[in-house]
Design a binder for this molecule. Sequence first.
Ligand SMILES: Nc1ncnc2c1ncn2[C@@H]1O[C@H](COP(=O)(O)OP(=O)(O)OP(=O)(O)O)[C@@H](O)[C@H]1O
Length: 281
Amino acid sequence: MTSTPTQDETATDLLPAVPADAPALAQLEAVGVTAWFGQRKVLDRVSLTMPAGGITALIGPSGCGKSTFLRILNRMHELVPSAALAGEVLLDGEDIYDPERRLIDARRAIGMVFQKPNPFPAMSIRENVLAGLKLTGTKASRSERDALVESCLTRAGLWTEVRDRLDAPGGGLSGGQQQRLCIARSLAVKPRVLLMDEPCSALDPTSTRVIEETMVELAREVTIVIVTHNMQQAARVSDTCAFFLAAHGTPGVIVEHGRTDAMFGSPQDERTSDYVNGRFG
Ligand SMILES: Nc1ncnc2c1ncn2[C@@H]1O[C@H](COP(=O)(O)OP(=O)(O)OP(=O)(O)O)[C@@H](O)[C@H]1O
């Protein structure tokens, strides 16, 4: 006798499996983060907990410091020569800026997907997924690499579209596919957190929706922090939200943060209400 799966069983079966060796979900916490470019302070004592296995959206008008804050979360801020920083960023309680810790460990644990899809255009789709392994010096056999390529492309929602052309150049994919390839590349080094800086702003609505679905599925295995200007996107995908503001040339601060449904449904601060309802920004 065959049994008909329930709707829930069917939905779960359709989701790509979380790999058995996936690292445990991690919480990211910024504590009193202040940032400067030269003499100019652009963030002032920003503290925020980004819960494990959740999607946190950073919202706010242009120039309030969202991207700077995101780049601080994986030590990219320090790549700018004039940049300085105070405060702590804790990954499961350990400061990623601790001088004892290696920069590469922070970048591997906390991956980044950028606004503009940036696959290596001449490299094949397969090589793009595996590129991070080379950078981090990770050794893997041919069969392990094949399994990793399939697993990462599946979890990034791209496998069925590219399985027959893994040796074609990554640059030949559509913009939305390239962005999912970049997500697959980030996943290959088994990050614990994925930072996404306006990952859909260069994409059409259909590709945007696919990336959003991918994000929601990935949150089962990796903590996600996303910068977005799209309030509907923040409301659709995120569990928690932080509203940044830099009023009249002052450094950026978090005006309000909390559960996304509360931030959109019953914001405590009038400025949050004005922003999420499109009255400025
Ligand atoms: N490399 C840099 N050198 C000097 N100043 C910078 C640099 N990057 C950003 N800034 C300044 O820091 C402030 C915060 O910029 P940031 O890009 O973090 O804001 P944002 O909220 O992400 O803006 P947007 O939504 O437009 O991307 C801005 O005043 C910006 O001009």
